[in-house]
Design a protein around this ligand. Structure first.
Ligand code: SF4
Ligand code: SF4
Length: 163
């Protein structure tokens, strides 16, 4: 018997389906297994992968791109492992994040993290305290992590096209 799939009804669905990794979004039958499998959904009442996919399917482009929810996916792919329809919410939310970033919608907390990496070369420079240094020394580890601007400059050149 020929299987009928959900037919994309929104231009946002078609936009995602045209991108590598989003092709099968229209196969989502809204079963909710992804949400039931998701560790983030377990700890956050706001986060529901099924509901996010549904918003894409019905064309809530602005709402989805301006939301911080797609940024909460930690790309663990548990949902993808269990989805019976071969849909990957992880891939879809990555595409959504890329689109959102392109259009200037990056949640402040994530933008700040990127700024920190570009400034310091890593996220935790401020927390690299004397205490940690002593601990490393006690374990016989090098206390000088040799962070310098070279790494940051390389990152900038690679991703931002300039030093
Ligand atoms: S598990 Fe798959 S088919 Fe079910 S709601 Fe999630 S993405 Fe859609
Ligand atoms: S990949 Fe994202 S949506 Fe899927 S289970 Fe992991 S955190 Fe949840």
């Amino acid at each position: 018997m020929k299987r009928e799939y959900h037919i994309p009804t929104s231009s946002f669905t078609e936009e995602i389906a045209a991108l590598s990794g989003g092709e099968v979004i229209e196969k989502c039958i809204q079963c909710g297994i992804c949400t039931a499998s998701c560790e983030v959904a377990r700890v956050s009442e706001r986060y529901h992968p099924r509901r996010l996919i549904q918003k894409i399917l019905i064309g809530k482009r602005k709402e989805v791109l301006e939301s911080d929810l797609p940024w909460l996916c930690m790309t663990c792919r548990l949902c993808e492992e269990r989805c019976q329809e071969g849909v990957s919410p992880a891939d879809i939310f990555q595409l959504v994040r890329a689109l959102a970033a392109k259009e200037g919608f990056v949640p402040k907390v994530f933008a700040n993290a990127v700024d920190l990496v570009l400034r310091d070369g890593w996220l935790l420079a401020a927390s690299y305290s004397d205490f940690i240094e002593d601990e490393r020394e006690g374990m016989g580890l090098d206390v000088d992590l040799h962070w310098d601007d070279t790494f940051v400059q390389r990152l900038k050149a690679m991703f931002l096209g300039g030093a």
